[in-house]
Design a protein around this ligand. Sequence first.
Ligand SMILES: CC(C)(COP(=O)(O)OP(=O)(O)OC[C@H]1O[C@@H](n2cnc3c(N)ncnc32)[C@H](O)[C@@H]1OP(=O)(O)O)[C@@H](O)C(=O)NCCC(=O)NCCS
Length: 186
Amino acid sequence: MDDLVLRPLREDDEPAVAEALQDVDILRWAVGSAVAEAPHQDRARAWLLPRLSSWDTGSAVFAIADALHGRMLGALSIREVNRLPDQAVVTYWLRPGARGKGAAARALNAAARWGFSSVEEGGLGLHRLTLDHAVLNLGSCRVATRAGFGIEGTMRDFYVDATGTRHDSHLHARLATDPDGEAARL
Ligand SMILES: CC(C)(COP(=O)(O)OP(=O)(O)OC[C@H]1O[C@@H](n2cnc3c(N)ncnc32)[C@H](O)[C@@H]1OP(=O)(O)O)[C@@H](O)C(=O)NCCC(=O)NCCS
């Protein structure tokens, strides 16, 4: 991941978030209805503000950024860290201009390695990371698989998008004892 870094979010990421939240796929698959339904001009702040302090409330939220300038290309969250012992849930999105280069799979693989590393090493000491995506979201399925998150099953009507439509979703998971995904070699 030489050309990418995972870094904390910053207030000056707001223009990049505002641009990203114009993308129909991000609105449909990757942000909650509170953000998707907010007035257009308020969406970026509605997404960014709670996430700037999310490390205090049990979520590790990163900007996926280019290593050279730190420009925000997307976001990756490890959520619900304290809900079940040793487990958490990952979500991610990329700005449209940053897609098509395998960046999400590489970021996901790197985030998993960090989440599984011990607290003494600066990680989260997790054992199991899960993620889910609507079965229709084929790109996300590839991202998960390439990052070593195998499919564990289909959850019927699991995801409700901002229009209220329900979607069957794949559950993917990776354990601390699983090997790196092929994304580690990209
Ligand atoms: C999902 C997302 C992060 C992937 O971005 P990316 O890392 O640039 O992914 P890529 O464009 O490199 O595509 C990854 C793989 O999926 C495939 N893919 C992408 N879109 C696809 C589609 N619509 N149909 C089939 N395959 C698709 C690519 O061909 C590629 O396959 P490969 O691994 O065999 O090369 C990005 O599309 C996104 O932000 N989408 C909106 C938000 C979202 O869906 N987040 C996930 C919520 S669960």
